[in-house]
Write a protein that binds this ligand. Structure first.
Ligand code: FE2
Length: 697
């Protein structure tokens, strides 16, 4: 890498300096040397590629031929990359995390070092941040397995996906393992992924969520295991190699889920979908199952906290296959262990979809539950939850309820043919609904997910969708609160809803009204109902509610807080004067007087309570606190003793509304009151049951 030009500059740098200061000579020469290295010969040889996107962060990685520091410039407009993230360490492997990003937003970026950029301005250098977790958005997932052979099929599979519909819709790209052949070496990752013409062009804009396969692990075992013996029982921290050097996946639940601590397996959210990337290679032939048990402990923690509508798990060696691997084969101990040790746990939490690779075919099951033995042990009468093909356009779909606590079936997919294939597989596993294998059978698996619908599709490399199935969730929930209405009052009632599709219909029992909300008044006293139907799933939910007379409003004082009951819309007042903005069912008084509540619209009144807040004190009466000047016009100073440091303060107007908050950061706190209206105000410091009054002139 040392060009002649660089070398001459290095010598010239030494020559320029005097002999009086040797360290200065060295520094100047080295600076010129490094500057020339960056300027003349640094080239990107891997990436840039994208890892671990969340709603507000992303990791950008790249590799250069010579070491330098790292810098990314980025922004929401290709012509204005006005933001910067950098790393000062000198490396050939560059990892820069971008933070404080906006959710569901497209950014453009360029990478380089502190002196120059190594990429050009191009739409290819872009990414879209994830949606806000828990919010359902149309989500496309692309899954490929056993692809990294550097062959024409691998490229054809990728091209077929790019040509299908609109590949820019891709939210999640998952790797099912055996990501490169034959041994998962660094050179193979370079040749068969990052530098493979016809395949490598997606890395700059499509983040991937990997899982490792046995071929990725050949080098992991070589570097980590005792004498390189695969599937020996080695600690998780000792799983090392090019696969783990390449990936940057969440270990601390940065993208949702539960912290896995290790990059071996992890979970993440994308909108309202939860993903678990598992690791079948933690199996060990010493039969301690310590690796699998450790992974299962994490799976249980992860699934216990999961509330997303759909949950998908993927790992390399599938539980059921009759392709290039036969899960009934006594030698397939990893497939067996995943089937009889991991799958029961996943099904306990009602996992929706389990995707694997390893077998160089495509296989897609019907909706099943409870099949943990060999294929001959499959009992359709108890284990088959839906024997149709699940094709929605043909009138079928796999239907599930919305509860993760009541397992009602899982679809299993094997997609180990995204670059690999098998000539004459038997493909006769009894649970499978659709299979594809043979010397022309390469493809990938696509999921389109939105709200309570998941569509799975097998895309052949020739561009044909050969299989489609749908999972629907009857997860609609409706609540209508009871209301109390006073004479002269009308209340608009709206249901509180979750789940369901975009296609829901409302029918109220009052006047058979069809609308999302309804206006009720005193003429509607009685019990009524709302029926909501989801025309996607056919689910119908009826919820009853009561419209009652609100003539018994009550105000009670509990400690410092007043609570009201007996109405739907509250308005607090003090000494007969309405308190602006005080419309909750509770109120914390800061001034003494007679408190009561009326309904917001109507004429109902509550009892009145006399509250003596005992806050009419001056600054001199509060030990350790002085405010000045008082009255004031522009600025106010608070002087406190040490015991008040770090406490929050609130400033109230005479209506009891909070007009300013802050924290006592030092013995003297100064702030502006120029924006406040003229009048009296009270300052309340946390934990102090007195206020200090001041006047704004
Ligand atoms: Fe494999």
């Amino acid at each position: 890498m040392l060009t002649f030009n660089v070398f001459i500059n290095f010598i010239f740098g030494i020559f320029l300096c005097t002999m009086e200061n040797l360290s200065k000579i060295y520094f100047v020469a080295l600076a010129i040397f490094i500057t020339n290295l960056f300027a003349h010969s640094q080239t990107i040889i891997r990436g840039p590629y994208l890892q671990s996107p969340t709603e507000n962060t992303i990791v950008i990685k790249w590799r250069t031929d010579v070491a330098s520091n790292s810098k990314v410039i980025f922004g929401t407009s290709l012509s204005n990359l006005n933001l910067t993230a950098s790393d000062n360490s000198i490396n050939t492997e560059h990892t820069v995390t971008l933070t404080n990003l906006l959710p569901a937003t497209t950014y453009y970026y360029q990478v380089g070092n502190s002196t120059s950029l190594l990429t050009t301005s191009s739409e290819s250098y872009r990414f879209k941040t994830n949606p806000i977790p828990g919010v359902a958005v149309p989500t496309r997932v692309w899954a490929i397995g056993d692809f990294g052979k550097g062959n024409t099929e691998q490229i054809a599979v990728k091209n077929s996906y790019m040509n299908y519909d609109d590949s820019s819709k891709t939210g999640v790209w998952i790797w099912l393992g055996d990501n490169v052949y034959n041994d998962g070496t660094d050179q193979e990752y370079q040749q068969k992924l990052f530098q493979l013409n016809g395949f490598s062009d997606v890395f700059t804009w499509m983040p991937f969520w990997p899982s490792p396969g046995n071929h990725d692990y050949n080098t992991v075992w070589e570097e980590s295991a005792f004498f390189g013996i695969p599937y020996s029982n080695i600690d998780f921290e000792d799983h090392k190699g090019p696969y783990f050097d390449m990936v940057h996946v969440p270990t601390q639940a940065e993208a949702g889920g539960y912290p896995s601590q290790y990059e071996l397996f992890y979970s993440f959210d994308y909108g309202d979908v939860h993903f678990l990337s598992l690791n079948s290679e933690v199996y060990d032939f010493t039969q301690t199952f310590s690796g699998i048990n450790q992974m299962k402990q994490w799976i249980e923690q992860d699934l216990m906290q999961n509330t997303r509508t759909f949950t998908i798990a993927y790992f390399h060696q599938p539980p059921y296959s009759k392709g290039s691997h036969d899960s009934d084969d006594p030698q397939e101990l990893v497939m067996k262990a995943m089937r009889d040790r991991v799958v029961p746990l996943l099904e306990d939490y009602d996992i929706d979809l389990v995707i694997g690779g390893h077998s160089h075919v495509f296989e897609r099951s019907k909706l099943i539950h409870g099949h943990y033995g060999n294929s001959f042990s499959f009992d359709p009468t108890t284990m088959m939850k839906d024997s149709t093909n699940g094709n929605y356009s043909q009138g079928n779909a796999y239907r599930k309820d919305g509860l993760n606590s009541t397992p009602d079936g899982t679809v299993y997919v094997v997609c180990g043919n995204s670059g690999s294939r098998e000539d004459a597989p038997s493909l006769n596993y009894p649970i499978m609904e659709f299979v594809d294998g043979g010397d022309q059978a390469c493809g990938s698996f696509i999921m389109d997910i939105y709200k309570n619908r998941l569509d799975g599709k097998y895309l052949h490399m020739n561009g044909t969708i050969m299989d489609e199935f749908t999972i629907l969730k009857s997860n609609l929930e409706v609540q209508v609160p009871d209301v109390y209405i006073c004479e002269g009052e009308d209340v608009t009632l709206s249901p509180i809803m979750s789940g369901g599709s975009d296609n829901v219909h409302f029918q109220w029992s009052i006047n058979n009204q069809i609308s999302t909300s309804i206006l009720v008044g005193t003429q509607n006293y009685g019990t009524h109902s709302l029926t909501v139907s989801d025309s996607l799933t056919g689910q119908i939910v009826t919820q009853s509610f009561t419209v009652a007379q609100g003539n018994s409003m009550q105000v009670q004082q509990v400690n410092d807080t007043l609570f009201a009951s007996g109405a739907s819309n509250y308005q607090w007042y003090l000494d007969g004067n309405l308190i602006v903005g005080a419309n909750q069912s509770f109120f914390v008084p800061t001034l003494s007087g007679m408190y009561g509540v009326s309904t917001y619209f109507g004429t109902c009144q509550s009892n009145e309570l006399s509250v003596n807040v005992d806050l009419n004190v001056t600054e001199n009466a509060v030990k350790g606190i002085t405010i000045y000047p008082n009255p004031t016009t522009d600025e106010l100073n608070i002087l406190v003793t040490d015991n008040y440091l770090g406490k929050n303060y609130q400033i109230f107007n005479t209506n009891g509304a909070v007009v300013k908050t802050g924290k006592i950061e030092s013995i003297k706190t100064q702030f502006s009151v120029a924006g406040l209206a003229k009048g009296s105000y009270s300052i309340k410091i946390a934990d102090l049951d007195q206020v200090i009054k001041f006047v704004k002139k």
